[in-house]
Ligand binder design. Structure first.
Ligand code: SF4
Length: 79
């Protein structure tokens, strides 16, 4: 799966941080940042919830494989 966070669209609501605190956090500007290292396990349900709750649609999730085939890629898009 691939998680993308478009920081330029983030309004700092914190919904993603609440939904998946092990994956999302705020930086010093209050915008989303991804805190999990690439290829570390993630809670797919928490990620889905975070994407669904984001009010500015800054987050996206592409699931190329079944959730139990844990292979993921995390991208952070600045701007
Ligand atoms: S839920 Fe969306 S708008 Fe809110 S902090 Fe996370 S990425 Fe930013």
């Amino acid at each position: 799966m691939e998680i993308k966070a478009q920081r330029g669209r983030c309004i700092g609501s914190g919904m993603c941080v609440h939904a998946a605190p092990g994956l999302f956090d705020h930086d010093e500007d209050g915008r989303v940042q991804l805190v999990t290292e690439r290829d570390s396990p993630v809670d797919i349900d928490a990620v889905r919830e975070a994407v669904a709750l984001c009010p500015s649609r800054a987050l996206s999730l592409s699931e190329h494989r079944a959730p139990d085939e844990v292979r993921k890629r995390i991208d952070l898009i600045a701007g």
